[in-house]
Design a protein around this ligand. Structure first.
Ligand code: ZN
Length: 691
């Protein structure tokens, strides 16, 4: 990315990453923790008439805690070193202990109850009412009603679970990092020049003479997509899908962690009176109950089945033309690319030069600016890596938020892509605190002095995370616990993100986000047509895969007694037998790297992606009808969905935007199945009676 332009300094107060040390990070977290803990201790002596003041003070303390923890947590995820990891894992139990104490504090609970039952409750803002109501729910889900041993046990379970999740991530990162395979020139056959350059750069970074294969997403995907050497693809596949399992390094094996996590989650649910953890998880979501979600997923699987069988047949036919005995998982990406080229005239490699990262980022900002009437400007500030950039959002010349982009894969960064709200919008007595977010990806890094060139898939991911970012940043709620994505039902949280992805399929938007790296030409008509014609390519297989993971996630969190690693394997096998159209090899240990549910917030909630896709598709349908750059529609989306955060239930926000309950029709059309007759009728309204 060019840095020729002189940037103005950031307007918002930001951490000085250059000055941070392990000692300052530790001191900041401990100070914030002790401040919040001291306030918590005051709850008992506080008179009911002072409840509101105490809660406001506690909000400020937790606001501070979230920020200092946010910095440490971001560094732990993006610049992981043994020292930082040790500090993070050392402080994690203290953090967990604080939140458990808070969630189980009877006095604080009584203060919230008194606010809720007070005569002036109805006179409070929607955000304040919602914050109080959700807090009461969360007290119950944190075991505020427990006593004696049960209360103790609940607290130690919570603390242990936070450690186990962190270890799960550490094992996965270590297992990913540990794999480096030097490559002979002959093994690079089939790989485009940009991928060869990437693998050579990786080899160089690992101190090797020539190219190297690693399990970082860009390197792994390049080999799976292009390497003619079938044995190489198989070797990499096997290494990838056995990461952090009993088939790899024992020190990185997640088997026992998964078993303990499931067992403790089950015990936690039982302490709260739930039949299983899935029921506990659903207690704070938009969906009514597990049965409703399973029905939704099974209906979706029924819709996707025939398209998936067709997708599979197409891959098998391609495998046969190459003389392969049988289609294998390590052939799928390779054959898919061949089919895209032969059937759709689409080459991912020839698209990439049209999507240089600076152009894409600029175009993404233009789209957001047009839709929401904001301006986005890059600003100078200290960052945690030279690849990181920082931007501010302005509205009528006022800075309303800021965000960091850390987009490229590095060996010290966790895999995947995510948005984390480091600082939330908060209305304080001394003014408005503007929100700030971290947006992180693992895209193929720039090679040499060329800017990074994105694949269309990476484009989608960038837009996805930016959608989460806008949800966090464009909130107009100033109450911490319901600002931005806080307090939003988790199965609706993927609405703004998946909604944003649709712009990567719109010619008018693509004109803004494409410009050839050498010729400056916008994506030409033939390339655009090719991209569009392949849009629904393998949507059947992709849907079934997501349904499979979602059902598996629910099943293992319903099992009682809790499953061990063998039980988990048996469970995913059973789900595959039910919905999948092909099964991976016996050694596949996908579940050992399933961070979303074992280390993230998606436990018994992975279905959220599909659930919210209904909402996102249906929301975008209104833009298709009214114009994808219709500023009134953009304004309505901003006001009814992005601005409101958790200040009202997600189904109400959706209804306010669409004027009705969600319908699955748009999702089917956006998968290319609108004309697909199926045996099973799909529920017209996945939100059931709630919307
Ligand atoms: Zn997301």
């Amino acid at each position: 990315m060019t840095t020729a332009a002189v940037l103005h300094p950031a307007s918002l107060p930001l951490p000085d990453f250059a000055q941070l040390t392990l000692d300052t990070l530790k001191a900041d977290v401990q100070q914030a923790l002790s401040q919040a803990t001291a306030l918590l201790a005051k709850a008992e002596q506080t008179a009911p008439t002072d409840a509101a003041r105490l809660i406001a003070e506690l909000d400020l303390a937790e606001n501070q805690l979230q920020q200092v923890w946010g910095v440490l947590s971001n560094l732990n995820a993006t610049r992981n070193t043994p020292e930082l990891r040790e500090l993070y894992n050392q402080l994690l139990p203290e953090l967990s202990r604080y939140y458990t104490e808070q969630g189980q504090n009877q006095h604080l609970y009584q203060h919230y109850l008194s606010l809720h039952d007070a005569a002036d409750f109805a006179g409070r803002s929607a955000a304040e009412q919602s914050a109080i109501t959700l807090a009461l729910r969360d007290f119950r889900l944190s075991g505020v009603a427990l006593e004696g041993d049960a209360k103790q046990r609940f607290a130690s379970i919570s603390e242990r679970l936070s450690q186990l999740s962190s270890q799960f991530s550490d094992h996965l990162l270590d297992a990913t990092q540990a794999f480096v395979m030097p490559l002979e020139d002959a093994q690079l056959s089939g790989l485009p020049a940009s991928s060869v350059a990437l693998l050579r750069q990786l080899g160089q970074q690992r101190g090797l003479e020539g190219a190297a294969a690693t399990l970082d997403a860009p390197a792994y995907m390049a080999i799976q997509t292009y390497a003619e050497d079938r044995a190489l693809r198989e070797t990499l596949y096997r290494a990838y899908v056995t990461r952090a399992s009993e088939l790899g390094e024992p020190a990185q094996d997640n088997s026992h962690l998964m078993a303990e996590i499931l067992q403790l989650r089950q015990e936690k649910a039982a302490l709260l009176g739930f039949a299983n953890y899935a029921d506990l998880s659903l207690a704070s979501k938009m969906a009514d109950d597990v049965e409703q979600v399973i029905q939704f997923l099974q209906d979706l699987a029924a819709q996707a089945r025939q398209p998936a069988l067709d997708d599979l047949a197409q891959l098998q036919a391609e495998a046969a033309t190459l003389g392969y005995d049988q289609l294998q998982p390590w052939d799928s990406a390779y054959l898919s690319e061949k089919i895209k080229q032969s059937e759709y005239n689409l080459s991912q490699e020839s698209l990439k030069p049209y999507f240089p990262a600076p152009v894409v980022i600029d175009g993404l900002f233009k789209i957001a600016e047009r839709l929401y009437g904001i301006q986005i400007q890059q600003k100078a500030t200290s960052v945690w890596h030279e690849q990181v950039s920082y931007y501010e959002i302005l509205e009528q010349n006022r800075v309303i938020g800021g965000f960091y982009f850390d987009l490229y894969a590095r060996s010290d960064k966790r895999g995947g892509a995510w948005m984390s709200g480091y600082r939330s919008r908060v209305t304080r007595s001394d003014g408005e605190q503007a929100p700030v977010a971290f947006m992180v990806g693992n895209f193929a890094p720039p090679v040499g002095d060329q800017p990074a060139q994105l694949t269309h898939q990476e484009l989608i991911t960038l837009f996805h995370e930016f959608g989460h970012g806008l949800h966090h940043l464009l909130t107009e709620v100033g109450v911490l616990s319901v600002a931005g994505i806080h307090g939003v039902a988790w199965d609706a949280v993927e609405l703004p993100s998946q909604f944003m992805e649709f712009w990567t399929w719109e010619p008018e938007a693509l004109a803004l986000i494409s410009q050839h790296v050498d010729t400056a030409e916008v994506l030409p008509k033939d390339q655009l047509d090719a991209l569009m014609s392949a849009r629904f390519f393998q949507s059947g297989l992709q849907t079934l895969r997501q349904v499979e993971f979602a059902l598996f996630d629910l099943e293992i969190h319903r099992a009682n007694p809790a499953l061990d690693a063998y039980g988990v394997q048996a469970s995913i096998d059973a789900v595959r037998a039910q919905v999948a159209v092909s099964t991976p090899p016996d050694y596949n240990r996908f579940q050992h790297g399933f961070s979303h549910i074992f280390a993230g917030g998606y436990a018994a909630g992975y279905y959220s992606y599909k659930w919210a896709e209904v909402l996102a598709s249906d929301a975008f349908d209104r833009f298709e009808q009214e114009g994808i750059f219709n500023t009134d529609t953009g304004k309505a989306f901003r006001q009814q969905i992005l601005a409101v955060g958790g200040s009202r239930p997600a189904q109400d926000s959706f209804a306010a935007f669409r004027g009705r309950a969600p319908s699955i029709t748009a999702l089917l059309r956006h998968n290319g199945w609108s004309a697909q007759p199926t045996a099973t009728a799909v529920q017209a309204n996945p939100a059931g009676t709630t919307a």
